[in-house]
Design a protein around this ligand. Structure first.
Ligand code: IDP
Ligand code: MG
Length: 139
């Protein structure tokens, strides 16, 4: 079993897409084993996206990610890192495959509804960023 971090971004929360996103996970045999709603500070967002700090969109991305509450979740399942990435679709919703979360719901390359860890290493770091062991549930 593998674990990954998913986040419903501020656009997904404010547009009423929490249920739609969770439905995709539950329909695809992915278990949510931790979930909460948090509002990141600017400092938190910069830390979370530190890998992108040299990118031209860094300031805009961190501002967006602090613009409202988000829903971080730990997803568990077989091959769930890759499975979640394929349910999400490409970063740019215009290039995302049909039936993916981003293709169906995103409105912008930045405001693309969901985040998902991209490797076992980043999943471990990103999970620990949001959750402690008492918040992870055996199901
Ligand atoms: P990912 O979320 O598909 O893994 P990353 O390249 O890790 O994509 O980028 C992190 C986030 O930064 C994206 O989800 C998106 O919100 C934003 N982003 C990525 N590329 C651009 C861009 O070219 N312009 C504006 N925002 C971008
Ligand atoms: Mg990424």
């Amino acid at each position: 079993m593998e674990r990954t971090l998913s986040i419903i971004k501020p656009d997904g929360v404010s547009r009423g897409l929490i249920g739609d996103v969770i439905k995709r996970f539950e329909k695809n045999d992915i278990k949510i084993i931790a979930m909460k709603m948090v509002h990141l500070t600017q400092e938190d967002a910069e830390k979370f996206y530190a890998v992108h700090k040299e990118r031209p969109f860094f300031a805009s991305l961190t501002e967006f990610m602090t613009s409202g509450p988000i829903i971080p979740m730990i997803l568990e399942g077989e091959n769930v890192i890759e499975k979640n990435r394929s349910l999400m679709g490409a970063t740019n919703y215009k290039e995302a495959a049909e039936g993916t979360i981003r293709r169906d719901f995103a409105t912008d390359i930045e405001k693309n509804v969901v985040h998902g860890s991209d490797s076992p290493e980043t999943a471990a770091v990103e999970i620990a960023f949001f959750f402690n062991q008492f918040e992870m549930n055996e199901r």
